[in-house]
Design a protein around this ligand. Sequence first.
Ligand SMILES: C[S@@+](CC[C@H](N)C(=O)[O-])C[C@H]1O[C@@H](n2cnc3c(N)ncnc32)[C@H](O)[C@@H]1O
Length: 377
Amino acid sequence: MKQKWHASHCFQLQQPEGREKGVTIANQKKLRQQIQSLLKPALVDTLLHHFSTLVGGGPVHYADFGCSVGHNTISFATFVTDILNSKSELSAKDFVCHFADLPSNDFNTLFKQLPGEGGGERERTWFVEGVPGSQYSRMFPHSSLHVAMTTLTLHYLSEIPSLVSDKSLPVYNKGKISAHGSSLGTVEAYVEVSRKGLRKFFECRAEEMVSSGVLGYYCPGRRDRAHPEEQMFDDNVHPQFLFEKSWQELVNEGTIEEEILDSFNMPICHPSIDELQEAIEQPIPEFQIQTLEFTDKFYITPGNADTMFKDAKAYGETMTNMLKMGAGPMVSDHLGHEPMQLMMERFCHNSEKDYPLKKAVGFPMYVSFCSGVLVQK
Ligand SMILES: C[S@@+](CC[C@H](N)C(=O)[O-])C[C@H]1O[C@@H](n2cnc3c(N)ncnc32)[C@H](O)[C@@H]1O
């Protein structure tokens, strides 16, 4: 069986519906704000002290790659334009914010949240454009962007490594849903696609950005290139572990065919800090690295942990919602509606069972991140 996969539908964060919507969005906002703090100080410093103000006569162009539909994108656009506006030589300029993502991204959902369009009380001081396409290819004209950002996207691969989906090869990713915990050969196939994608990303941005333009990013990452099979440092922290376990249980019980699990692969690979540095600097260093940082086990706390983790049932629901939002469309496309329901029920049940253990250790929610701020040479 071949995984029905196209980049367009699998990566989008699903907006929650109904009763959960308000709570989940508020939590998402809170989580994102915490993670933004990894980048903001270095970004402010670079924009104020290293961004050349010689932007010519036209507007200042800012782009967010992998903008998705949510609050993070708008908050970063507001943050960056506020900083640039504070520079006296730029205060009279027009700012254009380009929101870029895969063509299937629901740009309208994002647009409806813009300040002045129902999202927030502030007036919007910048113009907006939606740009469909893949960040692993050119999306903008040569030397047209002054500031660019990409947050929580560089761990997404441009494609599923073809080798890991080929049953006849030893690197076939049998019984696993991602690179994490797989055999070294399988993981190396993931790393190779990641390496090529990262290189392409920085190559394309180098062409699109003006000299002295500023590029900021962060994504889940690894400390170094050793042990790429350890994509996440602790199985117990990530829902993926329980997800794989739940799927395997349904296979063992004969509810889901083994091959359906074997042929499913998440197109995700967390890059290490040295892999990122290599992609930025080789073959030709086109960016000056201002900061390149690894943050180990960044602790994230959901907005209303008291409610979300108040008992096993609430915890199970919360974890299931998180899983649905992240990987829901990709999994349901592969499994079909009914098995997907069973899968989510089993995951919820296993999360509930896991509750006492998680409670005992204070509901650890850690992610390690790579972040950086670059200046185009
Ligand atoms: C986890 S979301 C991050 C959204 C937002 N940047 C944030 O920080 O909240 C990942 C986003 O990356 C986008 N994405 C994944 N692969 C992409 C690609 N090849 N080109 C452009 N966008 C991509 C997805 O569509 C999705 O909107």
